[in-house]
Design a binder for this molecule. Structure first.
Ligand SMILES: Cc1cc2nc3c(=O)[nH]c(=O)nc-3n(C[C@H](O)[C@H](O)[C@H](O)COP(=O)(O)OP(=O)(O)OC[C@H]3O[C@@H](n4cnc5c(N)ncnc54)[C@H](O)[C@@H]3O)c2cc1C
Length: 408
């Protein structure tokens, strides 16, 4: 039976277009459908989202031909400093410094704003001869047959493919329509996000400062600018968000400290509720989930998008190799290879993130001493630090070829 395309991708955020490019480069025909008109995301400028991309993710973006168009907007990370602190007293005595020399391959990562990445990905899929982008259309139904999948759009249009991939974010309709349940919980925390201008150069150093209500991440952007993700309890975040800009900055300054000199708000402020949402399965017949549709995590470790791009590399590799072997790539036994590859890795990341958030969002004096000693020990043991640095660069575990700098 003939289909409109090989693979239907629901969701043109970040992981959807990245997957489309990876698959199209190995010969698949792909249709990407997104509810928003093409290019709408990022049109209004900085929306508070900036990603700490690992070296592995940067390699994948290079392999799919997107890195060259964003690299001038990306800030290489020279160092990551993790410290324990109390509001008003600055960083505590135990600091872990992951410096440039920690790994041999170059910077462990880059900070890149969402607006540049989403625009580059959209432009790349629009230009690729094997990808069709349908923007401003919502997928409302899907029907799985023995050899194909048909999806229905709100406009009444129908499209068929050999399989469908849900890249439709944390509230994935693709997963829900397939009967895939989700687990997770609300952290009772929200992330206050904004960009800041500062007086002194940041030197490419990112900071993760652990304060009792939750972490404050300071991510360097090109120039004398940074983006912050400031975690507070939901009630306190709502209260702080409602303050005017001057009062907001007064609240932030003692938490931020004065190591970058005077700080000034640059643009709008945002608040995002933080929750964990995990799909109980990543695949079913002729269907796979990728990115936040499979696993929406806490931003504490900056791993949300990196984990999604690892899904992209793994699924593109599994489908391409299956097709080269003459297999029906949409069959559940093929898709289960992808699920086996990714589920354990994601479970490990979620466990580490949950532990970090519990241990560090806590002002119990004993817990404070324990974590201070832990940070001190990491700093004193170069072997352990080197492992953690490689982990932070995304270079450990079973890496997809696109993340090793190879083609599939
Ligand atoms: C507001 C916000 C702030 C964030 N900040 C950070 C951060 O600072 N650091 C970090 O690492 N991560 C952050 N994240 C997480 C990070 O953005 C995600 O991990 C990443 O965007 C996931 O990409 P995705 O492509 O899987 O999903 P998304 O980016 O959520 O894209 C999903 C896409 O699916 C489309 N869609 C949904 N349903 C349908 C449908 N029925 N039909 C058609 N299209 C549909 C949507 O229009 C959307 O474009 C943030 C997320 C959000 C939402």
């Amino acid at each position: 039976m003939s289909c409109d395309t090989d693979i239907l991708i629901v969701g043109g955020g970040l992981n959807g277009p990245a997957l489309a490019l990876a698959l199209a480069d190995t010969g698949f025909d792909v249709i990407v459908i997104d509810a928003q008109p093409p290019g709408a995301r990022g049109e209004e400028g900085f929306d508070g989202r900036a990603y700490a991309l690992t070296l592995a993710s940067q390699r994948l973006l290079t392999a799919i031909g997107v890195w060259d168009s964003v690299k001038d907007h990306a800030q290489p990370l020279s160092e990551v400093r993790v410290s324990d602190g109390k509001p008003g007293t600055g960083a505590g005595p135990f600091v872990v410094e992951f410096e440039r020399g920690g790994i041999d391959e170059g910077p462990a990562g880059y900070i890149l704003e969402d607006r540049f990445l989403s625009r580059a990905l959209t432009d790349a899929i629009k230009a690729h001869p094997k990808v069709t982008l349908i923007g401003g259309e919502t997928v409302v139904a899907q029907a799985v047959g023995p050899a194909d999948v048909t999806i229905s759009l709100a406009s009444g249009r129908e499209l068929s493919g050999r399989m469908v991939v849900g890249c439709d974010g944390r509230r994935s309709g693709t997963a829900a329509r397939a009967g895939i349940r989700r687990t997770g919980h609300d952290y009772g925390q929200s992330g206050l996000v904004c960009a800041l201008e500062h007086e002194k150069p940041h030197g490419g150093i990112a900071h993760q400062l652990f304060l009792p209500p939750g972490p404050l991440a300071i991510l360097p952007l090109p120039g004398d600018m940074c983006s912050i993700v400031w975690t507070e309890t939901t009630a306190e975040a709502a209260r702080v968000h409602a303050l005017d800009d001057a009062a907001y900055m007064e609240h932030l300054r003692p938490r931020f400290g004065d190591f970058l000199g005077e700080i000034k708000l640059a643009g709008k402020r945002f608040t995002y509720p933080l929750n964990l949402t995990l799909a109980e399965a990543y695949v079913s017949d002729r269907l796979a989930l990728v990115g936040d549709a499979a696993h929406g995590v806490h931003p504490i470790a900056g791993q949300g998008l990196n984990a999604g791009l690892k899904d992209v590399g793994a699924l593109a590799e599994v489908l391409t190799l299956a097709r080269r072997r003459g297999e029906d790539f949409g069959r559940i036994d093929v898709l289960e290879r992808y699920q086996r590859w990714r589920r354990f890795d994601v479970a490990t990341m979620v466990a580490a993130t949950e532990t970090a958030n519990t241990v560090f969002s806590n002002d119990n004096p004993l817990v404070r001493v324990g974590r201070g000693v832990g940070l001190g020990v990491i700093n004193a043991l170069p072997g352990l630090k080197r492992f953690l640095m490689r982990e932070a660069a995304g270079l450990t575990g079973d890496l997809p070829r696109l993340m090793q700098g190879r083609q599939i």
